[in-house]
Design a protein around this ligand. Structure first.
Ligand code: FES
Length: 159
C-alpha cells in the first residue's frame, strides 16, 4: 500500500461517463461492453462493475421499452401506491423488477418521484401520472400499446 495516495486513473468521472455512454446507447450494460470499456480505460473490470452497481440508474439487464416506476414513498403509499403496484403487476403479469415478455414494460418501485402533492404517482417512461386511481390503470396502459390511440401526459384524476 503506498504511503501517499495516488490519484485515480482514469478519474471516477471518466468511468461514469463511459458507463453512461454504454447505458444510453444500449439501454443497459451488456457484459461484453463493460469488458471492452475496462480494456479501453486500462482499469480492472471490478472497478467498472462496482461503479455501475452503486448507481441504481444503471441496469445490467435489458429493460422494456417503457419503464414503469411506481412510487411507494410515504405520501404515495398511504394514498394507495401499493394497490396501484398490485394492479399493475396483475395487469402485466410481472412483478416489480421484471419485464413483460413482449419487452414493452419494466416495472420498478421507487421511494419518491418528487411529486408528493399528486400522490399516488407513477411514471411511465418520461410521463408522470398523479392522483391515479386503480380502476384507471388498465386504460392508461392501453395508451402505450402499439396501434392503440391515446394521449400521453400528466393526468390528475381528482381525489
Ligand atoms: S412519495 Fe411518491 S412522489 Fe413523493
Amino acid at each position: 500500500m503506498p504511503l501517499i495516495a495516488q490519484p485515480d486513473h482514469p478519474p471516477a468521472g471518466a468511468v461514469l461517463a463511459r458507463l453512461h455512454q454504454i447505458h444510453s446507447a444500449k439501454g443497459y450494460l451488456p457484459e461484453a461492453d463493460i469488458r471492452a470499456a475496462a480494456d479501453d480505460l486500462a482499469i480492472p473490470l471490478s472497478r467498472l462493475y462496482s461503479a455501475a452497481a452503486f448507481y441504481s440508474a444503471f441496469s445490467f439487464q435489458p429493460k422494456g421499452r417503457y419503464t414503469i416506476q411506481v412510487c411507494l414513498g410515504t405520501a404515495c403509499y398511504i394514498r394507495g401506491g401499493d394497490r396501484l403496484l398490485e394492479k399493475i403487476e396483475t395487469l402485466l403479469g410481472v412483478k416489480a423488477g421484471e419485464t413483460t415478455p413482449d419487452g414493452m414494460f419494466t416495472v420498478e418501485t421507487v421511494h419518491c418521484l418528487g411529486s408528493c402533492s399528486m400522490s399516488p404517482v407513477i411514471r411511465v417512461g418520461e410521463e408522470t401520472y398523479g392522483r391515479l386511481k386503480v380502476n384507471l390503470v388498465g386504460r392508461l396502459f392501453k395508451k402505450y400499446r402499439p396501434g392503440e390511440p391515446g394521449q400521453k401526459g400528466v393526468e390528475e384524476q381528482g381525489t
